[in-house]
Design a protein around this ligand. Structure first.
Ligand code: C2O
Ligand code: CU
Length: 543
């Protein structure tokens, strides 16, 4: 008997006379469906058993200097691998260097990085999506989310790298310290490619964060995701007619509901929601506040104490937790009370746990029990609405006619059909603009991501933003029937994407582009498809 059928039987009696429609029910966030995996009860993972695994890090294969600029060269190969997520069954994955999550890249601000992404996916296809792939295997495009890259290095969805080819992405890392991530972005394949494992963290460090926040082992990157399984341990895929993928197992750094041992001191967490569709509403089981210090684009002007927050896919929050207040032996759990329009299961109400130890604490490290209150300002947080030269309106909805997700009626298919000329907006170079993001159909939430910029959230439904989002952002959680006003400056010329980060929405087909500092039809020296082409990969296996 599978776990699903066991739970179905149990669920039926619990629900009494209610007819059983859970497995195919349209979305709501009632817990009608108890689980989504086909695992037997024996193979279904238990919460708070696995140890948290630190994310692997990547070392450069070459370091050099170019006129005073440090240059680091990295290489990753996208290839198949095997992950040990379940205690008894292996899970086939596709990862950068075969690892899931992929290896973290961490660089000092001002370092120029060349990241070579090598496509080793000959003969690999997803069960669906063949039409958008290449006959020889999966197509890739790599986006460094949260970095102001040149258009040709921004992972434009149709800047395709086919199997046997590689591309060098060049990143200047000249923005303030931040927690960002690189992930696949190929047209119509992004959901499958990322769900298979093509995602990893990337950190820019600087003096400012070093002076304020815990470092080294007390600076802990966490990547959150959700997954469901077939009975044999393979990942199960179901995006519910492109509305969303909702797993019943929550992973942190690739382990189900892990436990981390902590000392009695302050820790810094960099929490990335790498889920395909699921948003979270984390809170500590003790009811205590966390101290939010960073948002998508780095440090906030001032620390914000919050007991819970909404955390959409692709958003990053950095926060401090003071474990010095708990007795050794205490288990502090990070729980999830979810948000409207998620599909929740029996165990999606929890994320991970922290086990407080009595290991000695180095009290000479000034960060051991310091929660700084003033952090740092930034260009984007200093912008004021009076600087805006244009207000635009982006409506996020599903077409009543075609049933396709879109922005202002436009889809990525329309962009393709226009020869990549169609745009949703055309800001002048260095212009400050205000965009109103509005969800208007079906009461959905859409995490709207604008490439290139950091933005400031000016208001939500005419009211101030939440305390935890008063920092530089690149994803706005646009909840059901919400209107979010964001303010930003466009400081690089070229074409960049804007899309929903619920990946099935993005793929089908809630994505458009904007064009900065170029007249319609003008030649584009940074054409995102032709300015820096992939080339045949003839490098040795290991770089
Ligand atoms: Cu994280 Cu355009 O994506
Ligand atoms: Cu969406």
């Amino acid at each position: 008997m599978t776990r699903r059928s066991v739970l179905t039987a149990a669920g039926l009696s619990a629900l009494g006379v209610m007819s059983y429609t859970g497995l195919t029910r349209p979305l709501g966030n009632e817990v009608l469906t108890k689980s989504a995996s086909g695992l037997s009860d024996r193979n279904f993972p238990r919460a708070f058993r696995a140890a948290l695994r630190p994310l692997p890090t990547l070392a450069p294969y070459e370091v050099s200097w170019d006129e005073g600029v440090r240059v680091e060269r990295y290489a990753v190969s996208a290839r198949v691998g095997t992950a040990q997520i379940l205690p008894n069954l292996p899970t086939p994955v596709i990862g950068y260097n075969g690892m899931v999550p992929g290896p973290t890249i961490s660089v000092e601000r001002g370092t120029r990085v060349h990241l070579r992404v090598r496509n080793k996916l000959y003969g690999v296809q997803h069960p669906e999506g063949l039409e958008h792939s290449h006959e020889s295997g999966l197509v890739l495009s790599t986006h460094l989310h949260g970095h102001a890259s040149l258009p040709e290095f921004d992972g434009y969805a149709d800047d395709r790298t086919i199997p046997g080819f590689c591309k060098d992405y060049v990143y200047e890392n000249d923005q303030p310290a931040r927690t960002i991530w690189y992930h696949d972005h190929a047209t119509h394949l992004t959901t499958r490619n990322v769900y298979s494992g093509l995602a990893a963290q990337y950190h820019i460090r600087d003096e400012v964060e070093r002076a304020l926040l815990p470092q080294g082992e007390y600076d802990v990157p966490l990547t959150l995701s959700d997954i469901m399984f077939e009975a044999d341990g393979r990942a199960r895929f179901d995006d519910k007619d492109h509305s969303g993928l909702w797993g019943d197992v929550i992973l942190v750094n690739g382990q189900p509901w892990p436990v981390m041992n902590v000392k009695r001191r302050v820790y810094r967490f960099r929490l990335l929601n790498g889920s395909i569709s699921r948003s979270y509403r984390p809170y500590l089981s003790t009811g205590d506040a966390v101290h939010m210090v960073g948002t998508d684009g780095g440090l906030m002007p001032t620390t914000q104490a919050v007991t819970t927050w909404r955390h959409a896919p692709a958003e990053r929050y950095e926060f401090l937790v003071d474990f010095s207040r708990y007795a050794p032996g205490t288990q502090v759990r990070l729980m999830n009370s979810s948000n409207p329009k998620n599909v929740d299961f029996d165990h999606t109400n929890k994320i991970m746990a922290f086990q407080v130890t009595d290991d000695p604490v180095d009290t000479y490290d000034p960060t051991w029990r310091t929660i700084p209150t003033t952090l740092t300002g930034s260009d984007v947080m200093s912008l004021t609405p009076s600087q805006s030269v244009k207000t635009r309106y982006l409506q996020l909805k599903k077409s009543d006619v075609t049933n396709v997700w879109n922005i202002n009626g436009t889809t990525w298919q329309d962009v393709i059909a226009s020869g990549y000329t169609k745009v949703l907006a055309d800001p002048a170079l260095h212009a400050v603009e205000m965009w109103d993001l509005h969800t208007s159909s079906g009461g959905w939430f859409h995490p709207l991501h604008v490439h290139l910029v950091d933005f400031q959230i000016v208001s939500r439904n005419g009211r101030p933003p939440f305390a935890y989002e008063r920092g530089p952002k690149d994803v706005a959680y646009v909840g059901p029937d919400e209107k979010v006003r964001v303010l930003m400056r466009f400081d690089r010329a070229g074409r960049y994407m804007v899309h929903c980060h619920n990946l099935p929405h993005e793929d089908h087909d809630m994505m458009g582009q904007f064009r900065v500092g170029l007249a319609a039809g003008a030649p584009d020296p940074h054409d995102p498809i032709s300015a820096a082409k992939p080339w045949l990969d003839t490098y040795p296996e290991e770089l």
